[in-house]
Design a protein around this ligand. Structure first.
Ligand SMILES: *Cc1c(COP(=O)(O)O)cnc(C)c1O
Length: 493
């Protein structure tokens, strides 16, 4: 069962949690308990798809084995331009887990190529014929991955809200050129937190609720269980790869370093640990929006700080949604405690967890943040010294890994989650490597290719000539009205 972090008696099966996205009480569906143990020893020499099947069956037990197998087969196929789906790259002091070989060149593809299939199967189970309207807030990468995953999927429609200022020009063009009759892309005059707030508010807004006629609102954000669970798989698959290569024995601890925004990716790592993966530390890497670093170091989550726009826009987030799930799990499913913390956050702009809980948190998590200069130098040096190309988000994590290794005498191997293709951030990455400032991102992409010789992913190479379909931009205050109008359009008898 999955239970809401704000009301533990609100319990649903996994497929219902996937349909609903956010719980109606505003909470996040979280596994009630994890009793299954998955031993990596049993996964040696299995393919990514086979490992995915085992983990998804364990975490989504109301789907049949055949249903899961179908979903996995339809998701992890030739859409990925690497046959291992998530390959591991060795660098001098650690490993890079490349999560960006999917159709939009960001790690979000791993979950968003399978979520539509999980959702469609859930709908078949329920014999429903209403439309699921997927409302999605994006800091850049979720938007395109969701648009690509849901394009023309029967019974669904998708609307993506992105911050007008903040996403990279390539991310913006990726979204605005999306194809599919059921998709819509809207720029918001605000930041990611404004977009996320709109999407969360919509499920309880009176205006929106009154406009629903055979339409159900759901979410493709990492608040959806269907996003979270598929992300557990690559923690296992990369661990197994290290064991297969003889770098570790099954059972040995490893560390994962995760560039973090909404805390979804790293929470999937925490779930992997609950399932029995020998993870020593999950290291939470942040950019200058270092609210999570402070929280993990001090136990106080405080919003009284300035929102900063950085080279790693997908991590420019101050309200990190999935942290709520961690609070719920760490408190032993104490919904009253979570409600109190969320209320404090809303009213006072901060909350503090008890010391004993902080200690527990620090057993599992480390945290570091990296400024823009160090991020740039990390990209530059890795290319200069090892001819390895990474994007700005991965650089934030690699720098955190090095800070951790310097701080501790931990000898366990570190795996850095490499979350996007460098070409998505061509202008910034080129500038880091050669110091050239080429304003046009597509020219910068060509130039970066010339300098590094690394192949440009096909979807990005084709982007330049794609026609822009969506140019609408709205005030954030108009969000509920815009959503309500869209719901009326989608409604049917
Ligand atoms: C979304 C994203 C992140 C952050 O992931 P969360 O699950 O939000 O913590 C990091 N890097 C890239 C490239 C992303 O797109």
């Amino acid at each position: 069962m999955y239970i809401s972090s704000r009301n533990r008696s609100n319990n649903v099966k996994s497929h219902e949690a996937i349909i609903q996205g956010l719980a109606l009480d505003g909470g996040l569906f979280t596994p009630e308990k994890i009793e299954t143990v998955i031993d990596p020893q049993d996964l040696l020499h299995l393919s990514y798809q086979e490992i995915a099947k085992i983990i998804l069956c364990a975490m989504l037990p109301d789907y049949s084995e055949t249903e899961i197998e179908d979903c996995v087969k339809n998701a992890y196929d030739k859409k990925f331009d690497h046959e291992e789906i998530v390959p591991l790259r060795k660098i001098s002091d650690g490993y890079l887990m490349d999560l960006w070989h999917g159709p939009t060149s960001a790690f979000k593809d791993i979950a968003l190529t399978i979520l539509p299939h999980l959702l469609t199967k859930a709908y078949e189970k329920e014999n429903r014929n209403d439309i699921v309207s997927i409302l999605t807030a994006t800091s850049g990468d979720t938007g395109k991955a969701a648009l690509s995953g849901f394009a023309d999927v029967p019974h669904t429609a998708i609307t993506v809200f992105f911050p007008e200022i903040g996403v990279s020009p390539i991310q913006k063009k990726q979204m605005q050129t999306s194809i599919g009759d059921n998709v819509e892309v809207i720029a918001v005059k605000g930041n990611f937190d404004d977009c996320q707030r709109m999407v969360k508010e919509a499920v309880s807004s009176e205006e929106v609720l009154a406009s629903l006629h055979n339409v159900t609102i759901s979410s493709a954000n990492s608040i959806n269980v269907g996003r979270l669970v598929p992300q557990i798989v690559y923690y296992y698959s990369s661990y197994v790869k290290l064991a297969e290569q003889g770098v570790i024995q099954c059972g040995d601890p490893v560390n994962f370093v995760v560039p973090t925004g909404n805390f979804g990716d790293i929470l999937a790592g925490y779930l992997a640990k609950q399932l029995g993966l020998p993870i020593k530390k999950l290291i939470c890497a942040s950019n200058a929006n270092n609210v999570l670093t402070d929280f993990i170091k001090t136990g106080t989550y405080s919003l009284s700080r300035e929102f900063k726009t950085t080279m790693s826009p997908s991590m420019d987030i101050l309200i990190s949604s999935n942290l709520e799930r961690l609070l719920f799990m760490l408190s032993g499913n104490d919904d009253a405690f979570v409600n109190q913390m969320m209320q404090n956050l809303k009213e006072k702009g901060e909350y503090t967890i008890p010391a004993a809980m902080l200690e527990k948190l620090q057993d599992d998590f480390g945290a570091y943040w990296t400024d823009e200069d160090t991020c740039a130098k990390t990209i530059h040096d890795l290319f200069a010294e090892e001819k390895q190309l990474i994007d700005t988000h991965t650089a934030i994590a690699l720098s955190a890994m090095r800070a951790y290794q310097k701080d501790t005498d931990d000898q366990a191997p570190c795996i850095v989650l490499s979350t996007a293709s460098a070409y998505k951030f061509s202008h910034d990455v080129l500038k880091c490597i050669t110091d050239e400032d080429i304003e046009d991102d597509f020219e910068a992409m060509e130039k970066l290719h010339e300098v590094t010789g690394v192949k440009i992913p096909e979807n990005l190479a084709n982007l330049k000539n794609m026609p822009v379909r969506f140019t609408r931009s709205i005030e954030k205050e108009d969000g509920m009205h815009v959503i309500a109008e869209r719901m009326k359009e989608l409604g049917h008898d």
